[in-house]
Design a protein around this ligand. Sequence first.
Ligand code: SF4
Length: 410
Amino acid sequence: MNSLNTEPQSLNTAEKPFRKTGVADISESPLHPRRKSRRIMVGPVPVGGGAPISVQSMTNTLTADVPATLQQIAELTAAGCDIVRVAVPSQDDADALPEIVRKSPIPVIADIHFQSKYVFQAIDAGCAAVRVNPGNIRKFDQVGPDICKAATDAGISLRIGVNAGSLDKELYAKYGGPTPEALVASALKEAHMFEDVGFHDFKISVKHHDVITMVQTYRLLASKGDWPLHLGVTEAGPAWQGTIKSCLAFGALLAEGIGDTIRVSLSAPPVEEVKVGCKLLEYMGLRKRKFDIISCPSCGRAQVDVIQLANAVTDGLKSITAPIRVAVMGCIVNGPGEAREADLGVASGNGKGQIFIKGKVVETVPEDRIVETLLTKANEIAEQMEADGQVPVNATGPVVIPIQHPNKAA
Ligand code: SF4
């Protein structure tokens, strides 16, 4: 008997209709259900326990330069960042924390290595959370309980941030390197130490620069307990490589339901990290989608410069928060079909562009008016979507946080 079943499988489309293009519905997500994790708070932002997956980034200004740091935080917030981390390598940086915390529109996490005294100062400064790296904080075993007590008294959370590059020396020697087992052993050691003194408000990260190792490490950690997990591929590289690595690693884990908050690490301006993180979640159906463009790659049949057209439309609509989908197609092969499925589209040919709105041709314009016409129509549709309440209150993330200009902030 032939073991191969050549009969087509019934798709039972009557019960499970294919998803249509258009406004994303996160309830239709094909991903594995989210892993059950405990919930902690980072200021007003919930992390874990089914909360929306938040996007984090880290400033690269001198933290002690308060105006520059607040300016960058404002830019990150505008790009959709939910939580920001600032490095605290010196006393001047620690001294700057109270003002930064007071004026930041989003919760601030202090990132502390080596010196535990800055942990206590960050807690006193009102930081929403503190990231500690047990692998390089001196005498962490001794100061850990005091850190937990200070965090409990202040009502803030912590992150245990284990990195391949700063793994505890003993574990490095025992496992022969920063293997998944070594990174998880480091995280578990600190997690158990926190829990032994009754502290549970922490999340964990176990970052590695290698995508496969990182995924294996988080999978292993996820199987050991219900801590909320902060995903990151550390030192992922410049924007192009780092974006690919992060999308692969986060995509694999998030598809399995693993991950409660993410930080894309790029050798690029931090705002680029936030853009990648937000779009990644949008495309996975884990965050309400904003503007999206469908554009063909163009080929020998293209009768307009699709690349230039798609870039001009994307640039012109980058600040739109309505979930509008625009199709830019180079010829009549797939053009009319895609343009019909989108909220707005153009199918080009013979020096003209046929403009579609919600599947109907509304206008035919000469090629040199395609961009201007699409931008005008897109803005009209976006305004209507807003009037109809289709734009989430905070289209960029899970929490509503007003953006304040640092100079005007209270
Ligand atoms: S839509 Fe037309 S121009 Fe664009 S890739 Fe397809 S065939 Fe080529």
